[in-house]
Write a protein that binds this ligand. Sequence first.
Ligand code: SF4
Ligand code: SF4
Ligand code: SF4
Length: 336
Amino acid sequence: MKGKKLKSGEIENALNQFLKDEQHLVLGFKKGEGGVGHQIFKGSLDHYSLVNPLFGANAALYLRRLFSKGLKVMLMLRPCEIRAYVELHKLTQVEREDIIAVSIDCFGTVSSKEKKDDVPAEADKLTGYFQDKDSMRWACSVCRERRGVVGDAGVRIDKSGNYWMVPYTEKGEDLVSGMEGEFEEVPAEMLIPESAKTDKFQIDMETFNKDFEKCIMCMNCRDMCPVCYCIDCVFNGDEYLPKGDALLNKVFRTGSTQMPRGKDLFHLIRMYHVSQTCVGCGACEEACPQGIPLTKYFKGVSERLQGVFSYMSGRSFDEPIPYVTFLEDELKDAMD
Ligand code: SF4
Ligand code: SF4
Ligand code: SF4
C-alpha cells in the first residue's frame, strides 16, 4: 500500500489550504481549556488537535441527514466515528458526495465523565499513557478497529513515530496527491496494530435484568447512538410506552406493572435495530446517567451477529448491510 510520509505541520497546512474555500468545513478536534473536544472549523484551524483522548460523543451523530449540495466537509475523526459515518451513508442518511472522510490511528480514549487532568493530547505520549489498559474506556480496550484504515484516507503512525497519509478511495487519492512529498510504500508494521478478536458474547436474562434494573428510560443511549437514526422512533408514541390514560388502561387490562414500563422491550428492540450497524464506540454507555454497561451488550450482540454474515460495520463503503440485502442462499454455510 502506498502513501505519503508527512513532514511536521503538513496536516495542518493541508487543512488550512482546504479551508481557504469559504464553502469548505473541517470536522475534527480542538484543544480547549477543559480538554479536547469536537469542533467544526470554518476559515482556518484554531488550536487544532489531530487526536482526541477524551470520549464524550461519536461525531457521526452530527452528520445525520447531511444532504447539502455544494459544501465540502472534511472529517478528521477516530475510526469508530468514520465507521459510523460509512454506515449512515449506506442507510441513506448522509450524502457521501460532499464529504471526505479521514480516519486517524486511535490510541484509545478516556471517558469524558472521568476526565483526568493528566491525559496527554499528544500522540507520542498517549502510547505510554495507555500502557495501563485500565485507564481507557472499556469500549476502547476491546475496540475492533483502532487503525486509521477506514473512509477515504487514513492518518497512520509508524513504529518510529512518522505520520503517513494513506488514500483508500479516489477521493482520498486526490487529497493525498495535493499534499507535499512523494508516494512511497507504507511500512507494514504500525504503532497501532491490528486489533485482537474479542470473545463471543453470550449472557443470560438474569444478568441482563440485573444490569438494566437501574434504567430510568431517559433514552439518552438511543439519542447519542450515531447509528440509531430513525426520526419516528417507535418508542416516541404510546404504542410501546403508553402514558397517562393509555398507561392506566393497559394496567387495568394486564395488572400490576413495574415502572418505568417496557425497558426490556426498549433495549431489545434497539439492540435488534442497531445490531448490524453498531460500531462498538460506547457512546450509548457514555450517555447513560445510570452507569449501565451498555457497550458490553450492544457491541457483544452486534459483533456476534455481524460475524454470522461475515460483515463488519463501517469497514467498507461497498459492503452492503446484510439486513437491507436479499440473497437467496444466505447463511447456507454460516456457523454460529
Ligand atoms: S472505540 Fe476504538 S476507535 Fe473509538 S475511540 Fe475507542 S479505540 Fe478509538
Ligand atoms: S449501540 Fe452504543 S456502541 Fe453501538 S454504535 Fe450505538 S452508541 Fe456505539
Ligand atoms: S441511557 Fe441508561 S438509563 Fe437512560 S434509557 Fe439508556 S440504559 Fe436506561
